[in-house]
Ligand binder design. Structure first.
Ligand code: ADP
Ligand code: ASP
Ligand code: MG
Length: 468
């Protein structure tokens, strides 16, 4: 069966006009494809609000989550009244109300406990998608399409690593095919909640921020879809974030390795885990603009075009810190690097880059700033003896840094590219704190101070990017 799997992101389903537009795109797709499966995010801003409600409650604030509940209630009610047929409105409003009440109940619990566990956080943030999918499905019915909302908790089985759950693909494939294929055969469009899954015992999990793209990849591959299309609010994958550089251009074709590198190093347009599951099965993957649907967008292909070593795109990741373990005696002590990274792993901190610093008597790496206190403590415990003996002098963090990454096939082995990047930053008087070591063929990364983040991106974009 020819199946098209499409995912609509937050902005694409974030307002009356957007839902109207997205559902028109779905309607048109049903005319051209035998079967269409749809994955939707929460309305834009909703996930952020849910997180804010939970975190403020954990900090002893008993008011903010109640205000957020009212905002969310009003937002969804307005959409229902504008876009859904009268006969379906009451049921949908009750469903939204029930989720909002559950949100209030959970936040109240968090407030009383004074902390929010990852498990509770996942339950709380799941409401955005769970309120939205039934609404979008109902709007489709109003447009004459047979449609059914399907919660991904019934489809995507994951482990219990809350906030970053890992799908069990075998069980998920079985469920997806058992539940969705009969609907698709009948010409029914399933509207599935992005972002979420459930453990074997039925507890809600999430796939990480921006995870609806990954949901589309999971569902798309389990269905053996013919194509997977990611609908967002820009014309495709661009040479950089258009919010930083307004001259950013769309890249018509990108290899899976290039987009993986871009996504990993901060280009929010596609969740990094989305790419390989789809591409490995030779399923064409497209990124398209809901608000400019006739524009082709970006096609992601398996093999790189013969790269000329030029820089195709530049990205930035913010809110990072550079951790340094240093000491004159440490080179004589075996296993320091292994022990360093095991200690970091115990705190589940994501090491984004291992870098080359000026001195050889140190190990430097970059992690999210929010992990710094726990990681420093873990390292101090790990090296308590070495610190006492003076083999290691100190373990410290430099906060407020960003990683700026230039991406393109073959750029690391092309003479002159790195020096152009360093030159562009030098011209702008931007000090390079560290450079990446041993990363892939597809990128060159530098660490700079956060205050220069946008300037560094603009400089590389204007001075180093290859014009097609
Ligand atoms: P969605 O809600 O549709 O998933 P996101 O906000 O997660 O959308 O991702 C789309 C946004 O990613 C764009 O609006 C853009 O600002 C940002 N972005 C960052 N880097 C890039 C890039 N290289 N190309 C396109 N968009 C990018
Ligand atoms: N709604 C979720 C988030 O904001 C998932 C997504 O949009 O992809 O992170
Ligand atoms: Mg996204």
């Amino acid at each position: 069966m020819n199946i098209l799997t499409m995912k609509f992101g937050g902005t694409s389903v974030g307002s009356i006009e957007a839902i109207d537009q997205a559902t028109t795109i779905i309607l048109n797709a049903t005319k051209e494809w035998k079967a269409v499966a749809v994955i939707v995010s929460a309305m834009s801003g909703v996930t952020d609000l849910l997180i804010k409600g939970a975190s403020s409650a954990a900090q002893g604030d008993d008011r903010t989550y109640k205000e957020i509940a009212e905002t969310l209630q009003a937002k969804h009610k307005e959409i229902i009244e504008a876009l859904v047929v009268l006969e379906e409105q009451t049921e949908l409003k009750t469903l939204v109300k029930d989720f909002i009440n559950e949100f209030i109940g959970l936040c109240h619990g968090v407030y009383l406990l004074g902390e929010v566990t990852p498990r509770a956080m996942d339950a709380i943030v799941s409401f955005g998608e769970r309120m939205n999918a039934p609404i979008v499905s109902s709007v489709l019915r109003r447009k004459g399409i047979r449609s059914k909302a399907v919660p991904a908790t019934e489809l995507i089985r994951t482990d219990a690593s809350y906030q970053n759950a890992v799908p069990d693909m075998e069980e998920t494939r079985h469920r997806v095919r058992t539940i969705l294929l009969p609907l698709l055969e009948e010409g029914i469009v399933p509207v599935i909640t992005g972002f979420i899954g459930a453990t074997a015992s039925g507890t809600v999990t999430t796939l990480g921020r921006g995870g609806s793209d990954y949901s589309a990849a999971i569902i798309g591959t389990c269905l053996d879809s013919t194509e997977v299309w990611i609908w967002t609010d820009v014309d495709g994958v661009m040479t950089t974030d258009p919010r930083i550089v307004k001259e950013a251009r769309v890249i018509p074709v990108l290899s899976a390795s290039e987009i993986s590198e871009l996504a990993y190093f901060g280009a929010k347009v596609l969740h990094p885990k989305t790419i390989w599951p789809v591409i490995e099965r030779n399923i064409p993957l497209w990124v398209k603009n809901t608000f400019n649907p006739t524009f082709p967008g970006t096609k992601i292909v398996r093999d790189p075009e013969k790269g000329n070593g030029g820089v195709k795109a530049v990205t930035v990741i913010r809110n990072l810190s550079l951790i340094t373990v240093e000491g004159r005696g440490m080179m004589g002590v075996p296993g320091i690097a292994a022990r360093t990274f095991s200690a970091v792993a115990r705190q589940k901190a994501n090491v984004l880059m291992i870098s080359q610093a000026s001195s050889e008597q140190s190990i430097c790496f970059v992690i999210p700033t929010l992990n710094v206190p726990a990681v420093l403590k873990e390292l101090e415990n790990e090296f308590v003896l070495e610190l006492r003996r003076g083999d290691i002098n100190r373990v410290w963090a430099m906060d407020n840094v960003v990683i700026v990454t230039a991406v393109g096939t073959g750029i690391r082995s092309t003479p002159g590219v790195a020096s152009k990047i360093f030159g562009a930053l030098g011209d702008a008087n931007i000090n390079i704190i560290a450079i990446a070591q041993g990363s892939s063929e597809y990128s060159v990364s530098v660490v700079v101070s956060a205050e220069y983040a946008d300037t560094a991106v603009r400089k590389i974009h204007s001075n180093v990017l290859t014009r097609e």
